[in-house]
Design a binder for this molecule. Sequence first.
Ligand code: ADP
Length: 396
Amino acid sequence: MKILVLNSGSSSLKYQLIDMTNEEVIAKGNFERIGQGNSFLTHKVGEEKHLIECPVENHEAAIKVVLEQFTHPEYGVIKDLKEIDAVGHRLVHGGEKFASSVVITDDVIEKVKECIPLAPLHNPAGILGIEACKRLMPGVPMVGVFDTAFHQTMPKENYIYPIPYEYYEKYGIRRYGFHGTSHRFVSERAAELLGGQRDDLKIVTCHLGQGASLAAIKGGKSLDTSMGLTPLAGIPMGTRCGDIDPAIVKYLMENEKLSIGEVDTILNKKSGAFGISGVSPDFRDIEIEAEKGNERASLALNNYNYLVAQYIAKYAVTLQGIDAIVFTAGIGENAGTTRKGICDKLAFMGVKIDDEKNKTRGQEIEISTPDSKIRVFVIPTNEELVIARDTMNLVK
Ligand code: ADP
C-alpha cells in the first residue's frame, strides 16, 4: 500500500509518498511560497534533489505539480497515480470534535471548518489540501490526523483556564495542546524501550523544535501539555514567547502605542530565544554566539533551559513521579548542550546523564546513566509515519 502524506500550510505544502510494505519514503518534498508568484518545489527521490521553479496560484495547482513529479518520465517513482491507495492529511485543530484520526467525509470537512476560529491560519490550509485532493484524485480515500487529538484525554481540571467559565462554553476557550502526533509517537516508542506500555508508566515528552511543547503522559494518555488554546503558550520557542504575564499585552499596547495585531506579531514572531538573544531563532546560531561570549545569547539559552526544566518538574506533580523523559524534534534531537543544560537542573530529582552518550545527534539513544532515577531518551520523531500508519489502519 502506498500512502501520500500531506501537510498543507498557508503558503506551503510538505509531502511524503510512503510505501507501507516497508514504511519507506519513496519521494518527498516541499512546495514553498504558494500563491506568491515565486513559488518553487524541492522534490527529493532518495538523495536526488530536484528544484522545480513554477508559479502556482493555489494548493490545487501545487498538488497537481507534485503528482506530476511522482510519475515523471525520468525520475518518477510510480507508473500511475492509481498506485496511490490513500491520502493522509495533517490537520492542526480538531477542537473537542476529534479525539483520534478519522476517515474524511463531507461531515468531517464541515466539522474541521467549524474549528477554524480556533486555528484561523492552519485549518483553512488543511481544508484547501483536502478539497484539492478530492478534485485531483477522486475516489481515493483520505484520512485526517489532528495535532490536537492525542491531548483530548486531558482531565477537565487540567485543561480548563481560570477565566469566566462562560467563555469555555461560548467559544471553547480551553487548553487543547498541539504536536500530539509527535508526543504520541515518541512516547509509544519510549514505552517499547521501557519494556512495554503499562497503565502506570509516566513519561514526559519534550518536543523541542522551532515550535515546542512538552506533554505529561501516563499509561499512553496525555494528562497535560504546555501549549494551550493556541501554539503560543508553554515554553519559549524560536520566536514565540510561551507563557508570559497576560497583562504584558495591555502594557505594550499602551506604552508602545501598538495595535492588538502588532502585539500578537511581536509575541509570535519576535519573541522567544530570538527576542532575548537578538541573534536568530535558530539555536545553532545562538549557541555559536554564546560561545563567543555574547551575553544575551547565553541568557536566551539559560532562560530556555530553566523554563523547560521547570515544566518537567511541574509534570512530576501531574504524573506523581516520572519514569522517563524523552527529547525530540530539531533541538531535542540535536542540541546536546541544551539537553544537558535542562537535565543538570533536574539533578535534584535524580536525573543523571552520560556526557559521552549525550553527544549523539539525531539518533535514538538512552542518554541517562545506569544509576539515574529517571531514564532519559533521545527519540527522533516521525509525524509523517504516524499519519501514514493511521491512514492505512483506517482505510484498510
Ligand atoms: P519545526 O518546528 O519547524 O519542525 P524542527 O523540529 O525541524 O522545527 O527544529 C528546527 C530547529 O532545531 C532549528 O531552528 C534549530 O533551532 C534546531 N536545531 C537543529 N539542529 C540543531 C543543532 N545541531 N544544534 C542546535 N539546534 C539545532
